[in-house]
Design a protein around this ligand. Structure first.
Ligand code: ADP
Ligand code: MG
Length: 637
């Protein structure tokens, strides 16, 4: 039975990625073989697992392996596995399209990136996969039969816009990928992928730890000069995580990391540990040196794989790593779980929960050591992953204080450096009990906001929190080292020393009396927008600012909730006036003399509008504000 050949078009993203491959965006073409072997290894993992879990599937799993076959005459290289295989539909979906989220965005970035190194870096983060064979091939043929099915599928493409699919009668179960090597590489010894030494070298280098035998027919000449061909296993097959630390070379860790993560750069940290006792497991975790492009995309996967007694069980094991550490890559191999374990069971399993707790503690303590021992590396870590780690302040109550310890923040203390909270506390002024912070969209915006004035004038350090996540945690984390987090834009500010208070006391009382009328009138006037108008002790140069009550939601947080589609009641805030500013004293006088003059009411409105703008807020009616202001300005000319 053959249905004849059907031609399909690659999905647009797939076509673009293929174009990048055909034009060899990677300088290191050798990796195509690593990718094909990795796919074959995955397919064998899947078959082994299916044989355990699917009782209806009768397959022979006695000799699962990968074979590399070379035809020097035809200049082809074939990677064959007897794994799970693919159905016709699967071939069309899995090979004809790229399902990874964010592909379009990534390809766009690569196109924009001017330098070659930049684009290599980007594509390296993405993982090139099956399509990388088009770096060395002008044609690729794939023949596959899914375990349990009787017909097979042949797929072929030259890496252009289309591929051909044909249903064929017989083929061994599993998949073989045949790469028709490009003729132009023929003379170049370094890139002769039909040479035995070359294949040996690549397998040793990239795929030595693959858990299945990778076999190849090699020629041997014995002492009598007789040449025979025999099959040789090229890889040592030792699961890296199961070896003792002393037996693993740095380079082996790196290669294994690349195999796991498809990331081309070296990891920042390697964590290799073994837990003994009632519940045994081995684990090898990596902290990458840069954030993946999809770290903050919806549905970003977690990077830890679960194995049970060397058998691969699942990728993206959410039960082993919390979401805020989703960038950690690695393998956990547990001895005492069933191979049939399901996600539901995993969620409830007490051992898994204990394991997760230990892994999280280990990752956090590794970062802490890095912070203490290698400032440069810690900085890299925090720049890349800090935003994600801070999510843990909301999600991981147990480790809240450790997460605070390993966090860094921008601060008014030094425009160039981030500070830890411990460093902040060390610098706190005598008598200071709170950690002052401000949230906002950017450093400049916060630094120039009126809320900052008194803190600057009195020399108090303020943390500048500009990540959206900061808004969320800072209002729910109670304290650090017994010191409360205090927003400079919330509540009453009282930075005066006792002595200053004593001296200022009578003056302050007088001010309260002098302004009582104005404040009462303004509260009525602006009542729709603010709940209170009061005199400020946080302003030195601005006429007014807007603050919240200590328990109020900030405007940014309000905006964030709205953007997420949540209903939140509008929060009325407080207008604070600077009693020494000429605009404020002028307004008081004008109100005292002509309380019914509409120009006085307009001034009040402008004052409120300016305070809103100064903190980066949005005016309710910008057109009206501009008109009033323009009229005023015209009169001054
Ligand atoms: P990735 O391995 O990252 O998913 P690839 O481009 O390497 O991306 O492969 C795409 C998909 O094609 C794989 O996820 C797998 O489902 C399927 N595939 C590729 N090679 C094989 C194979 N040898 N056996 C079975 N399925 C395969
Ligand atoms: Mg792959």
């Amino acid at each position: 039975m053959s249905t004849g050949t059907e031609t399909f078009e690659f999905q647009a993203e797939a076509r673009q990625l293929l174009q990048l491959m055909v034009h060899s965006i990677y300088s290191n073409k050798d990796i195509f073989l690593r990718e094909l072997i990795s796919n074959a290894s995955d397919a064998l993992d899947k078959l082994k697992l299916a044989a355990f879990t699917d009782k209806d599937l009768t397959v022979d799993t006695s000799d699962l392996h990968i074979a590399i076959e070379v035809d020097r005459e035809a200049r082809t290289l074939t990677v064959r596995d007897n794994g799970i295989g693919m159905s016709r539909d699967e071939v069309i979906i899995l090979i004809g399209t790229i399902a990874k989220s964010g592909t379009a965005e990534l390809l766009e970035k690569i196109r924009e990136s001017k330098d070659a190194a930049g684009s290599q870096d980007l594509i390296g983060q993405f993982g090139v996969g099956f399509y990388s064979s088009f770096m060395v091939a002008d044609r690729v043929t794939l023949l596959t039969r899914r375990a349990g099915e009787s017909t097979a599928t042949r797929w072929e493409s030259d890496g252009g816009a289309t591929y051909a699919v044909e249903t064929v009668d017989d083929a061994p179960q599993g998949t073989s990928v045949t790469v028709h090597l490009r003729p132009e590489d023929k003379e170049d010894q370094l890139f002769d992928y039909t040479a035995e030494w070359k294949i040996r070298e690549i397998v040793k280098r990239y795929s030595d730890f693959i858990a299945w035998p990778i076999r190849m027919a090699v020629e041997r000449t014995d002492n009598d000069g007789v040449t025979t061909t025999e099959s040789e296993t090229l890889n040592s097959m030792k699961a890296l995580w199961a070896r003792s630390k002393d037996d693993v070379k740095e380079d082996e860790y790196k290669e294994f990391y690349r195999h796991l993560s498809h990331d081309w750069t070296d990891p920042l940290e390697t964590i290799h540990m073994r837990a003994e006792g009632t519940f045994e497991y081995e684990t090898l975790l990596f902290i990458p040196s840069h954030a993946p492009y999809d770290l903050f995309m919806r549905g970003a996967k977690r990077g830890v794989q679960l194995y049970v007694k060397r058998v691969f069980i699942m990728d993206d094991c959410q039960e082993l790593m919390p979401e805020y550490l989703r960038f950690v890559k690695g393998v956990v191999d547990a001895q005492d779980l069933s191979l049939n374990i399901s996600r539901e069971i995993l969620q409830k399993d007490r051992h898994i929960q204990l394991m997760r707790r230990r892994l999280v503690k280990k990752v956090l303590s590794t970062v802490k050591e890095m912070q203490a021992g290698d400032a440069e590396r810690y900085r890299t870590f925090w720049t890349e992953f800090g935003k994600a780690v801070k999510e843990g302040l909301l999600d991981d109550f147990d480790n809240q204080s450790t997460i605070l310890e390993i966090s860094s923040f921008a601060s008014t203390a030094d425009p160039e450096q981030l500070t830890t909270l411990a460093q902040y506390v060390e610098r706190m002024k005598e008598g200071q009990t709170d950690i002052y912070y401000s949230t906002g969209e950017s450093r400049t915006m916060i630094e120039n906001s009126p809320h900052m004035e008194a803190f600057r004038a009195k020399g108090y350090e303020v943390l500048l929190l500009t990540d959206p996540i900061d808004e969320m945690w800072v209002s729910s984390v109670p304290n650090f080292d017994g010191k409360t987090f205090q927003s400079i834009a919330k509540g009453q500010v009282d930075l005066d020393t006792d002595e200053e208070k004593e001296n200022a006391g009578p003056e302050r009382e007088q001010q309260e009396k002098d302004f009582a009328d104005l404040l009462g009138w303004l509260t009525g006037q602006l009542g729709e927008n603010v709940k209170e108008v009061r005199l400020s002790s946080r302003l030195t140069t601005s006429p007014a600012c807007i603050v919240g009550d200590s328990q109020d939601m900030t405007p940014t947080l309000e905006k964030m909730y709205r953007a997420m589609g949540q209903e939140v009641p509008a929060v009325k805030r407080i207008l604070e006036l600077n009693p020494t500013h000429p605009l404020v004293t002028g307004l008081r006088e004008a109100h005292g003399k002509r309380s019914d003059d509409p120009a006085v009411a307009e001034t009040a409105e402008l004052l409120y509008g300016m305070a809103l703008l100064a903190e980066g807020g949005e005016l309710g009616d910008p057109a009206r504000f501009t008109r009033l202001l323009a009229e005023r300005l015209a009169r001054t000319l």
